[in-house]
Design a protein around this ligand. Structure first.
Ligand code: ASP
Length: 341
């Protein structure tokens, strides 16, 4: 009898441990951009609005996962919410180029097949993340840019909008401020080789990209990123988001990764693939690998952050800026959303 009691106790504690482990298993992680995001600059209304839409985005993706859909479906559904919301620098609410246009970049990658799709410099596709997915699924290519990508999206049946759809007052004001500051800074920066070489004199407050990594019931990962790039960027500039391996990468054997920040540094450091490689070839955890890759960006003078989720449901969300809009949801549906450090 005593032995039976002991066995029962043992079994109960095993079940309890399993439940706790399951609760800690993350199935989705999102970001809404990193940058100089300070509480003192935020109104309670704005903060509440960010929290609401981050929560809504997580719920949209989680609904897909719960319904047994793929991680690709979850990533697309989640990013749609953020692309359609003007608070983020993706889709509606995207930042402006120097010429006053909204040129959008996006990428998506399937961790199971290592198939990927991306679009860059598009101006008429309502949801660039869906165009990236269409490139992956409906063409033999990985990346399409500009007018060709737009034509392809149209033929794939995606929603095409007038470029005016992306216009928002806040981003327009941001461009005017950036142009003004850059011209003053250009004088102050005279002789600053690094700024001259990069052609960007002032990069602060220009972030706000969105990204998502999801893990579905079948154990497959997917990652996606969507952005308007950086305010005041030059014509034709493409950032890290649509570059597979730089701003976006996903492999079931390692992790799904989506980056945000000063894209030029993420491209030059091939950040997302580096994280995957550190995990695959060095056996590092997702947290260790993410830290190493982001530290390198920081050492070179770049700033930003990233999200990563591995196949076991471990997340990493490092950033070297004041804040990063971010959120997670666990297998049991528990949502956590944060903004500041
Ligand atoms: N990484 C993006 C880019 O450089 C910007 C961002 O993350 O907000 O295009």
């Amino acid at each position: 009898m005593k032995l039976l009691k002991l066995i029962a106790l043992f079994l109960l504690s095993v079940i309890a441990l399993k439940v706790t482990a399951q609760q800690k298993k993350y199935v989705m992680v999102i970001h809404g951009g990193a940058g100089t995001i300070l509480k003192k600059n935020m109104t309670p209304e704005k903060e509440a609005a960010y929290i609401a839409v981050l929560t809504q985005a997580l719920q949209a993706g989680y609904a897909e996962i719960k319904a047994g859909k793929t991680s690709m479906d979850a990533v697309e559904a989640t990013i749609h919410v953020m692309e359609n919301d003007p608070h983020f620098n993706a889709g509606k609410g995207a930042v402006f180029t120097h010429d006053g246009k909204n040129e959008l970049d996006a990428a998506i990658m399937d961790g199971k097949t290592l198939m990927a799709g991306s679009v860059a410099g598009v101006t008429t596709i309502k949801n660039p993340i869906s165009a990236a997915r269409a490139v992956m699924e409906k063409s033999e290519h990985v990346m399409m840019v500009g007018a060709g990508a737009e034509q392809f999206a149209k033929e794939a049946g995606l929603e095409i909008v007038d470029p005016k759809y992306f216009w928002t007052q806040e981003r327009w004001d941001g461009l005017q401020k950036a142009i003004k500051e850059d011209s003053t800074k250009a004088v102050l920066d005279h002789g600053n080789k690094k700024s001259e070489l990069l052609g960007i004199k002032n990069h602060d407050y220009k972030f706000g990209t969105v990204g998502c990594v999801a893990l579905d019931k079948a154990g497959n990962l997917a990652a996606g990123t969507s952005t308007g790039g950086m305010t005041n960027k030059k014509y034709g500039r493409v950032g890290d988001a649509p570059i597979i391996g730089a701003g976006t990468y996903c492999n079931n054997e390692t992790a799904g990764i989506s980056c945000t920040g000063w894209g030029e540094f993420y491209i030059r450091n091939v950040v997302a693939k580096t994280i995957s490689d550190l995990m695959e070839y060095k056996g590092l955890s997702v947290a260790e690998a993410s830290k190493i890759a982001l530290d390198k960006v920081g050492k070179m003078g770049g700033d930003g952050g990233l999200i990563a989720l591995d196949k076991k449901g471990n997340v990493a969300m490092p950033f070297n800026t004041e804040g990063m809009y971010r959120g997670t949801i666990t297998a049991d549906g528990k949502i956590e959303v944060s903004i500041y450090k």
